[in-house]
Design a protein. Structure first.
Length: 87
């Protein structure tokens, strides 16, 4: 086959794949909307220098003391830093 026909068949294949992808995305969006989803994700809190400093002062994270320290810090600062999400 001539080289041009290979390009045309590849273009047709790419167009077919793109069309299917667009249909899938539309169907997924509709399904999420019907479930009450599909909205923008809530904005994550930025890094707080104060919280980060307190967390760095904690013992290693793989120790009981480190876990307890992080728990205390995050209890005071929940939602202020990405490391301490709101519960």
């Amino acid at each position: 086959p001539p080289a041009g026909s290979q390009h045309e068949s590849m273009d047709a294949l790419v167009a077919q794949v793109q069309a299917q992808s667009d249909r899938n995305q539309a169907e997924t969006s509709q399904a999420l909307a019907s479930l009450g989803g599909g909205r923008e994700a809530p904005e994550q809190p930025a890094r707080s220098p104060l919280v980060q400093e307190k967390l760095r002062a904690c013992p290693k994270a793989n120790t009981l003391a480190g876990i307890e320290c992080r728990s205390r810090v995050c209890a005071q600062h929940a939602g202020e830093d990405a490391a301490c999400p709101r519960r």
